[in-house]
Ligand binder design. Structure first.
Ligand code: DON
Length: 303
């Protein structure tokens, strides 16, 4: 109960802050989002929930989906997955090309765009109907049949996705992409286009709070894999702002340029925040502020 009161208090405090940051503009369809939207939803592993603000309005999940694509690929390939990508923070922007050239096409981690493209390639090679099977996996996580891709957003990103095209081709030139780059990119743009609201987003991540099992009891990842995915969220979930998020919030989390952030308190809760104005590192300005205040006031973090 007291967490709900803290959410209310912090929500109103952060909502009244001066509007800082800009809505992502490099994907034309994301530019159209109302910048002042602000929603929060907390789901617990005891199956309770509490939301405030625009928590039932859908937004574009963007890079948050990279945790879910990693989870499915990790479930399929097991530890062999780490032959194709690393587990180190990059310290660079999410769409940077710099390290790939010197590190022979092995992305630093699965959450930078380069790593998410390799994960997309793995899923393309292993799923019979990649687009449909990935969506079915997402829907099964919280038994939510409504979650879907947005072809409007995927098409919009495809039209301007030159950096991702460059990344995918560069990785392919090192032999770390098996499929045709155009197919890998289509799959990647689709997974980034998934639309969710804060309630749905927090529900999707409950299996990670619950040691790899959905609340209905199906095992998605082993306990060790679930630990490792959260460790990567802690160290790499916010690109070159991962240290800052860890320092201020103290929870494993993941952001997306749609303005969403999801954070996990293992064995306890998942909290999802959405506010589209982004800071200079591409992470939600109010989302970061909200979570910092929330973990400070609740005195609940993993540290
Ligand atoms: O590939 C891109 O640029 C976007 N689809 C996703 C980037 C993203 O969400 C980075 N996160 N903060």
């Amino acid at each position: 109960m007291y967490l709900n009161e803290i959410i209310q208090e912090v929500f109103h405090e952060v909502d009244s802050l001066e509007a800082k940051g800009q809505v992502a503009s490099y994907i034309p369809e994301l530019k159209k989002v109302e910048p002042e939207k602000f929603g929060v939803y907390l789901s617990t592993i005891d199956n309770t929930g509490f939301g405030i603000g625009n928590c039932y309005e859908t937004f574009s999940i963007q890079s948050i989906a990279k945790v879910l694509s990693l989870s499915l690929a990790y479930r399929i390939l097991g530890e062999k997955i780490w032959e194709r990508l690393g587990v180190e923070p990059s310290g660079t922007a999410f769409n940077s090309l710099i390290q790939l050239e010197v590190e022979n096409g092995i992305p630093r981690n699965p959450f930078i765009n380069a790593g998410a493209l390799v994960i997309s390639d793995i899923l393309l090679s292993h799923l019979e109907h990649p687009k449909e099977d990935f969506l079915a996996f997402i829907r099964s996580l919280s038994n939510n049949r409504k979650i879907d891709y947005s072809s409007r957003i995927a098409t919009s990103e495809k039209q301007v996705g030159y950096r991702n095209v460059a990344l995918c081709n560069l990785i392919k030139s090192f032999g770390n992409i098996e499929n045709e780059p155009a197919d890998v990119l289509n799959f990647y743009f689709n997974l980034c286009s998934l639309e969710v609201n804060c309630q749905e987003l927090s529900g999707l991540f409950l299996f990670l709070a619950n040691d790899g099992c959905t609340l209905s009891g199906s095992r998605v990842l082993s306990q060790s894999q679930s630990k490792r995915v959260k460790a990567l969220m802690q160290t790499c979930g916010f690109y070159d702002e991962s240290g800052e998020f860890s320092f201020k919030v103290g929870l494993p989390g993941k952001s997306g340029v749609g303005g969403g952030i999801v954070a996990i308190h293992p064995k306890h809760y998942v909290i999802a925040v959405w506010s589209p104005r982004l800071n200079s590192k591409g992470n939600s300005y109010k989302g970061m502020k909200f979570l910092e205040e929330f973990t400070t006031k609740s005195q609940l973090s993993i540290f």
